[in-house]
Design a protein around this ligand. Structure first.
Ligand code: IPD
Ligand code: CA
Ligand code: CA
Length: 269
């Protein structure tokens, strides 16, 4: 790894840990909840906002000129900027606010739309997932890989529900029903898209899909899955762009069958 690559990865890791420290200072302390965008299930707390500030401080100390796209604050929304950090300071907000220790700080670094470096940190469990373009993916420093099954009837599949409970939810439930018809081992909905992508990268899920995410939900996880040998696209198999999108991540072998089922239900939305 070059010194610049090392600096990027170390900075992303230090930033994620700084954000995680802020989150842990609020976790299980009775944080007050606000609803976002008029949606009763779209939750935000003081913890999200302060964690994002801590993340940005660390990044800007190392790279003062770099651009930031953060869920709670900054708005450098052009995905093709030469040096862009995409931050979700708290992915798994609903878990966090209900005292469930399954949430993460997610940080992806992009150069002109290309994912270069990624860190996802669950501070409650001490789980660190990292990736650098061309250098593989790691869990707590050890290499991770997607699993190698091409059979749905040997697979655990992850999913998630968008906060707006409209056609996307009906389509998700339809896809789940069809997947059960294929005898999948089971469905998991753990509540953090970033960590769901890490489960694919680690070989726990054969695949994961969701019908609407924002760029910060998957910016880091996308590279972690790719570097672990998996494939990530939009639900219908088209390339995943750094913007609001559906997502399908898999071990690669399950991609065609998942694309057929998940893509078909996506088209009903
Ligand atoms: C949410 C989580 C959840 C997914 C939602 C996301 P947040 O992010 O990733 O798993 O199903 O679509 O919005 O709100 O916890 O940052
Ligand atoms: Ca999120
Ligand atoms: Ca969030």
């Amino acid at each position: 790894m070059t010194p610049q690559a090392r600096l990027l990865l170390d900075t992303a890791t230090a930033a994620a840990k700084a954000g995680g420290e802020v989150l842990m200072s609020y976790f299980r302390q009775g944080v007050s909840i606000r609803c976002k965008n008029g949606e009763s299930a779209d939750l935000v707390s003081e913890a999200d906002v302060n964690a994002e500030q801590a993340v940005i401080r660390v990044i800007h100390a190392a790279f003062p000129d770099h651009s930031i796209l953060g869920e709670e604050s900054a708005t450098d929304t052009d995905p093709n900027l030469p040096a862009l950090w995409v931050i979700d300071p708290l992915d798994g907000t609903t878990n966090f606010l209900h005292d469930v220790p399954h949430f993460a700080v997610s940080i992806g670094y992009y150069e002109r739309g290309v994912p270069v470096c990624a860190v996802i940190w669950n501070p409650a469990r001490g789980d660190l997932y990292t990736a650098f373009k061309g250098s593989g993916a790691q869990y707590n420093g050890r290499p991770i890989h997607v699993n190698t099954t091409d059979r749905l009837d040997q697979s655990l599949i992850g999913t998630g529900f968008h906060v707006v409970r409209d056609g996307k939810m009906r389509a998700t439930l339809g896809a789940i029903e069809e997947l059960f018809g294929e005898n999948i081992h089971c469905i998991r909905r753990f509540g953090s898209a970033a960590l769901d992508l890490c489960q694919v990268a680690s070989g726990l899920y054969g695949a994961y899909f969701e019908y609407q995410l924002s760029a910060w939900d998957f910016a880091a996880g996308l590279l972690i899955v790719q570097e672990a040998g998996g494939k990530v696209t939009a639900a219908t198999g088209t390339p995943l762009l750094l913007q609001k999108s559906s997502i399908l991540a898999s071990n690669g072998l399950l991609h065609p069958i998942m694309e057929e089922i998940v893509g078909k239900h996506f088209k009903t939305i």
